[in-house]
Design a protein around this ligand. Structure first.
Ligand code: SF4
Ligand code: SF4
Length: 162
């Protein structure tokens, strides 16, 4: 399997996801762009080896790109391109595309997912992006870590709200 560097990896991810969005319509109009209400102490998690034109802060051994709710969309972080989904790793090591329950309090698409028609191309490209990321050892580990966090967030949400 060809091992590509981070620059090429993230170029390929941007090609896959840069122009796609979870809905064919602009979901930001529905919610007032809640996932983009940035502040100085919150940020979007950067993937291993991912660089950002935004200010980058360290927190708990992780790197966060901090925005004030504005960015150059063409270079937004991978986490922003994926949201409200994430490519998770199941117990057999298979990549799946799941709703990112870490963001359930922010994004109405997550809590109302059963009645939302997500863009199939976005979901397909998110799966492709996940498979590409998983070929890199560091990124696969990161996907596994976040999968655990999403599972915990989903379990808590199901206990409290369903
Ligand atoms: S919070 Fe959800 S619905 Fe609102 S803009 Fe972000 S992804 Fe779209
Ligand atoms: S970096 Fe851009 S896309 Fe991501 S949360 Fe900030 S404004 Fe939104």
């Amino acid at each position: 399997m060809k091992n590509i560097g981070y620059t090429e990896l993230y170029e390929q991810i941007h090609t896959l996801l840069g122009d796609t969005t979870p809905l064919k319509a602009d979901c930001g109009v529905l919610c007032g762009r809640r996932c983009c209400s940035g502040s100085d102490d919150k940020g979007m998690l950067l993937f291993p080896g991912e660089t950002s034109a935004l200010e980058v802060k360290e927190s708990g051994g992780r790197r966060l790109a901090v925005c004030n709710g504005k960015c150059d969309r063409s270079t937004r972080p991978v986490s922003c391109m994926l949201f409200p989904f994430f490519p998770t790793v199941d117990k057999n090591g298979k990549i799946k595309v799941e709703l990112d329950y870490r963001g359930v309090s922010v994004c109405p698409l997550i809590s109302n997912s059963e009645s939302v028609a997500f863009d199939r191309k976005f979901l397909k490209n998110t799966l492709k992006a996940g498979k590409l990321l998983a070929k890199n050892e560091e990124c696969r580990r990161f996907l596994e870590e976040i999968t655990d966090e999403i599972t915990q967030a989903k379990e808590l949400y199901m206990k409290l709200c369903k």
